[in-house]
Design a protein around this ligand. Structure first.
Ligand code: PTJ
Length: 260
């Protein structure tokens, strides 16, 4: 749709511009919803605030998330348009490392988008994708949006759901249903970030490789150890550290940039 060859490699924000290209191409291919571009922009703004680097608060959450994946009986990875456009290979890798099932679950659901996202996942190596068409036959009464439509083999019976780049209401609904919810969200003030069991405040492009590496590292630990590590995690404490980091950074960077 657009010619992106004009993005010069030495542009200071080359990586960021290439990522935007994935999003705009994803929108042309019906993978990303138009509102997904706006959500991405919000993520970019918060990435500036955290310094475009993974903080210690993200490392702690990644550790707990890896434990949660490894102790779950029926983990499910919920896939929306944004994450499918940004890192389909990592989603398939994460599923392969943990046995978690991949389920397409959309806020702006349409048959065209479901199929487009399934195609992206299959091209990245996924063997089986839940939540497509008639397979999304179950309903979560706790959720108001189209995200309430889920696969009986997936999110409905999951004990742990990974919901990166999520929009809020569903996290609360899933937690109220007694499920563990792991999210990745650059906005620590979002409802998802506040309500999730584990919130990784980081860019999904950094968080996914870190999570996969941590799962590989912890894979051979016994269940008792993983359970006790998970139990010692406090999302509230980690989120406080994250907000503290942003406040400090804003004060210090602001002083440095605009010194009198
Ligand atoms: O594909 P659909 O139909 O399911 O729709 C997906 C969107 C993303 C449009 C929908 O879920 C939505 O509107 O989400 P929100 O409410 O904008 O929330 C998305 C959150 O993801 C925001 O808090 C952003 O800060 C965050 N975010 C965006 N990009 C990234 C991110 N977090 C981590 N890494 C990113 N790259």
């Amino acid at each position: 749709m657009f010619d992106h060859s004009y993005i010069p490699k030495d542009h200071p924000r080359y990586e960021s511009l290439k990522t935007r290209e994935k999003m705009t191409t994803g929108m042309s291919d019906h993978v990303v919803a138009p509102a997904g571009l706006i959500a991405h922009g919000r993520g970019e703004a918060f990435d500036y605030l955290i310094g475009e680097k993974s903080g210690a608060f993200a490392d702690e959450a990644v550790h707990a998330a890896a434990c949660a994946f490894l102790i779950a009986e029926h983990p499910v990875i919920s896939v929306n348009g944004n994450i499918a456009a940004l890192c389909p290979e990592d989603l398939v890798r994460l599923s392969g490392e943990t046995g978690a099932l991949l389920e397409v679950n959309l806020f702006y659901r349409s048959a065209v988008r479901e199929k487009a996202i399934m195609k992206v996942l299959k091209n990245a190596g996924a063997k089986h994708v839940l939540g497509i068409g008639k397979n999304a036959s179950a309903v979560l009464p706790e959720v108001g949006s189209a995200r309430r439509r889920v696969d009986p083999e997936g999110i409905l019976k999951a004990d742990m759901v990974f919901v990166p780049l999520e929009d809020g209401d569903r996290t609360e609904g899933l937690v109220n249903m007694g499920k563990r919810v792991i999210t990745v969200d650059l906005n620590p003030l979002s409802r998802t970030a506040c309500k999730a069991t584990v919130t990784i405040v980081d860019n999904i492009l950094r968080a996914m490789p870190a999570l996969i590496a941590k799962i590989k590292e912890l894979k051979n630990r016994d269940k008792a150890w993983l359970t006790s590590e998970f139990a010692s995690f406090s999302n509230t404490a980690v989120m406080r550290k994250c907000i503290g980091h942003i406040s400090k950074r804003l004060t210090e960077t602001g002083r440095h940039l605009y010194e009198e």
